[in-house]
Write a protein that binds this ligand. Structure first.
Ligand code: HEM
Length: 420
């Protein structure tokens, strides 16, 4: 594959162009599914585009580790991080950055809460926030508005903040920090669009703001425990000892960021899919029993997380290719979710698709910790939407965020008529 194609595969702008990126993924799945990729500005890596290969690597957590290189960063960013003398690493160490045994111990701190009773306790609060979103839609009275800004970005933010215990008045700050942190490639969101060294400096500043906010929150919960996730984290005991400040603040920061933009992207992208496939919208309205499978299809269709990286700890034979110890491996989830070896007619948006073994949440030991919460949010929201909405229409060109890590929408102009 040419350098130009390698550059496209890492380009935030290309990831925001669904037709281009999926044409590239389809070609790679067909001709070179385990592909040595050498973009000009990035260290080389193996690009994995097939569902089966991504699953195989994701489940081998002892061979393919997270701690060395988690996401695609330009050489300039990596150099800036190095020059800072490990400042970045000292400021941000989440479960996603860890390997076993630390990963097991730190994930255990919240896993039980996320997988069951903790999330269930918030069902009523999530439903109330979904109704509030629909009330807000009603205020536009069928006139055009930006669904991304007014609805999709706010609902998941409010859910995750109420779960973490962040008060409403601090939520605009959180929204700005998460959008800038993830959208740092996009000039419209405050990024320089080029990911040069300065950009790394800006990320440090954002992290510092998260860090200060959450360190204060942890101190408060240790002093006065409450019935919230912030307390579960502040009082967590990995290896039967207290959590360090770095790990505590990083835990809050990863939940605030990972729990918001991803779900917002599916809330907006799911509506866009319904706008583009009116037969599916009619089907959903006629039979709300299809909400669960519709949400799974929206997750597959949107695949907001574009990639994660692993590093091979030893030589590994993947199909016909030997991945050498030390090589980086990029798992391109949106590509896995269009693989025709697994999905019949993968470019068709089908709310009744079964089975739907999508990899939007990843797979294996690092599989998304918040997936039950994300599913609860998306099904609760869609239930309220289907019950109260009568008519949906596009009202302008959608604009996607330029990002090669977590995608989403800058704008999604729509007209929505509610049931009277
Ligand atoms: C539609 C919504 C979401 C999507 C598509 C999504 C996707 C993902 C993906 C692809 C990964 C990496 C998995 C892997 O490496 O195998 C991940 C990890 C993670 N997600 Fe999510 N996520 C979503 C929502 C959430 C929410 C709501 C939270 C928390 C409240 C959350 C917290 C996390 C955490 C903490 C990790 C790291 C887990 C680990 O390394 O052990 N995510 N997510």
């Amino acid at each position: 594959m040419s350098t130009e194609l390698a550059d496209s595969l890492v380009s935030p702008a290309v990831h925001a162009d669904e037709d281009r990126i999926h044409a590239l993924f389809s070609e790679l799945r067909r001709t070179s599914p385990v592909h040595w990729t050498q973009p000009v500005d990035y260290r080389p890596f193996w690009a994995l585009t097939r569902h089966a290969d991504i699953m195989e690597v994701s489940r081998k957590n002892d061979v393919f580790i997270n701690s060395r290189r988690l996401n695609l960063m330009t050489r300039a960013q990596e150099a800036a991080a190095k020059k800072s003398g490990g400042k970045y690493a000292r400021m941000y160490r989440t479960v996603a950055h860890m390997d076993n045994p630390d990963h097991r111990e730190y994930r255990r701190v919240t896993a039980e809460w996320f997988m069951g009773p903790g999330v269930r306790k918030f069902e009523a609060a999530v439903a109330a926030l979904a109704e509030e979103s629909l009330d807000h839609i009603a205020t536009f009275g069928g006139a055009p508005f930006d669904y991304a800004r007014e609805v999709a970005n706010l609902f998941p933010l409010r859910v995750i903040m109420s779960i973490l215990g962040v008060p409403r008045e601090d939520q605009p700050l959180m929204l700005r920090l998460t959008q800038e942190f993830f959208g740092a490639d996009d000039a419209d969101l405050g990024g320089d669009g080029a990911r040069e060294g300065d950009d790394a400096g800006r990320r440090f500043d954002l992290l510092q703001q998260f860090f200060d906010y959450f360190t204060a929150m942890a101190a408060d919960r240790r002093k006065s425990p409450r019935d919230d996730l912030a307390t579960v984290i502040a009082c967590g005991r990995p290896y039967d000892g207290p959590m360090g400040d770095l790990e505590t603040a990083s835990y809050y920061a990863v939940i605030a960021t990972a729990g918001h933009d991803t779900t917002a992207a599916v809330t907006a992208g799911g509506l866009l899919a319904l706008l583009e496939n009116p037969d599916q919208w009619q089907k959903l309205r006629a039979d709300p029993e299809k909400i669960k499978s519709a949400v799974e299809e929206m997750l597959r269709w949107v695949s907001p997380v574009k990639h994660f990286l692993r590093t091979a700890r030893e030589d590994y034979r993947l199909g016909d290719t030997t991945i050498a110890a030390g090589d980086g491996v990029a798992l391109f989830y949106p590509s896995a979710n269009r693989d025709d070896a697994v999905f019949t007619d993968p470019f068709r948006f089908d709310i009744e698709r079964t089975p739907n073994r999508h990899l939007a949440f990843g797979f294996g030991g690092h599989m998304c910790l918040g997936l039950s919460l994300a599913r609860l949010e998306l099904t609760t929201f869609l239930r309220a939407f289907v019950r109260r909405v009568d008519r949906i229409e596009p009202a302008g060109e959608p604009q996607r965020i330029h990002a090669n890590l977590v995608g989403g929408f800058k704008a999604l102009p729509v007209r929505i008529g509610l049931v009277h």
